[in-house]
Design a protein around this ligand. Sequence first.
Ligand SMILES: C[S@@+](CC[C@H](N)C(=O)[O-])C[C@H]1O[C@@H](n2cnc3c(N)ncnc32)[C@H](O)[C@@H]1O
Length: 235
Amino acid sequence: MSAAVPVAGDPGRGPAVQAMFARIAVGYDRANAIISLGIDRAWRRIAIRELGAAADGDVLDLCAGTMDFSGMLHGRSRSLTALDFCEEMLTLGQGKAPSARRVCADAREMPLADAVFDGCVAGFGIRNVPEPARAVAEALRVLRPGGVLVVVDFFQPTTWLARFLAATYNRIVLPVVGGLVSGDSAAYRYLAESMAAWTDRAGFERMCRDAGFVDVSGRELFPPVASIVIARKPA
Ligand SMILES: C[S@@+](CC[C@H](N)C(=O)[O-])C[C@H]1O[C@@H](n2cnc3c(N)ncnc32)[C@H](O)[C@@H]1O
C-alpha cells in the first residue's frame, strides 16, 4: 500500500501531514539545502533580525521541524522551545540546539502556558496547519504583551515575477529535485500544492490582525518566492 499523501487545503489533512514529515525527516535537511541553494539560511537570518531584542529572551520555534531556527538562536536566546507535531523531525534536529526544550504537539493546541515567550518564529510551517488561524491565535496567547511573531513562508505570489518564480519552483524544482533527493516525490508535490492552496501575504496579515496582533507588516524576501510577516502582541 502506498503511503498517505496529504491533500492541500483539506481541513482533515493533519495526520497525513504528520506522517509525511515523519517519512521525509531523514533526508529533509539535505533536500532543503539542495532545493534552496542555502538561501533559506539568509531568510532565517532576516527573520531573526526582525525578532529584535526578543531574540535574546524566551523564544518559541513554532513548527520547528529539524530545528534550524533553534540552531541559529542557540547560545543567544535565554530559552528556546521547539514545537512540532512530528517527533521524527524534532529528534533529528536536537543536536542543533541541545538545550532547547522540545515539545511534540499540534500548533493549534499548544500545551504551553499563557504569556511565556518574548518571541515566536515560524518558518515554512503554518501553511501546513489546517485552520492556521488557530495556530496564530495560539501564538498570540503564548506571547508576553509586546511579544513579537515572525513568520517566513511561501505565500501565494501576487506579482508576475513572484508568480513566475513560484511556478518554476513548484512545478519543477520541488517535485523533481525534492523527489530525487528524498525518494518521495509525492511528498514534495504536496509541499508545492500546499503553497498554491495557501493564502497570499495580505490574507495572512489580516489573519494576524483578526487574531489581535498589532503593528502587522510584511514584505517579500529575495528572491521573491518567500515572504516575511511581523506582528506584535499589544503591550
Ligand atoms: C516545511 S517544515 C519547516 C520546518 C522548519 N521550521 C524550517 O524552517 O525548516 C514544516 C514543519 O511544520 C510541522 N507542522 C505541520 N503542521 C503542524 C501542526 N499542525 N502542528 C505542529 N507542527 C506542524 C511539520 O511537522 C514540519 O516539521
